[in-house]
Design a protein. Sequence first.
Length: 257
Amino acid sequence: MGDWWTFLIVRDVAGGTTRFDALQRELGVSRRALAEKLAALVEHGVLRRREYHARPPRYDYVLTAKGEGLLPVLVALQDWGSRHVMGDGRLDAIGTAAEAHRVHGLVGHPVPEFAGRDWTVLYCFPGAFAPGPDGHPPGWGDIPGAAGCTLESLTYAAREPAFRALGGRIRGISMQRPDQLAAFAEHARLPFPLLSDADGRLAAALRLPTFRVAGTDRFKRLTLLLDPSATIRAVQFPVTDPAGSVDAMLDLLRARA
């Protein structure tokens, strides 16, 4: 863990860059050094090799369960850097200028596991909860930005037919547990799924802005527009008007699709 290449390799592999040549191009490291780093990570059980070509042998490098266990550490380091190195140390759920620059630089970057026939609107949000008998769970009101998550989701639900007519699909994603998201989707009667990034895979792979409150990592509110090849074509960040951002994204999809 003392080798700084370790986290860069883990980050890129989590993001879908799994082959030697692609990793070498992304990281700018020498082929010899990369071969040594990958061999060490395989030896220590962080990565495993998966053959995709027999003669000559060629491999994908994929995370093991041990490697996936590093993703929350990577997310925490990214959050610490954004808050205490690029920021002034205050908890910020909106986003800094440095984070905005980084996130908008994702245009043209592929997102693993989202390829399909349609354009995809992927909106990331801090937290949404189905209220129980006593209302929302304890601490809900202390999560910066959470109050707008229901409005954002309901607005996307209301506009879903318009997105579908343009060949678009909607996906929401949070770092909450899957059961919490499923309960909220049922409560709000959302016509699209909510996905969980509780393991931090997407946050770590794309270096998405997060913040930590009450011992839990949360996404800062942002939205990505992916083309059918799952390549990012537009970014909304920071999102300060949850409902207004939905109509703005609809206009972006209309212009691009």
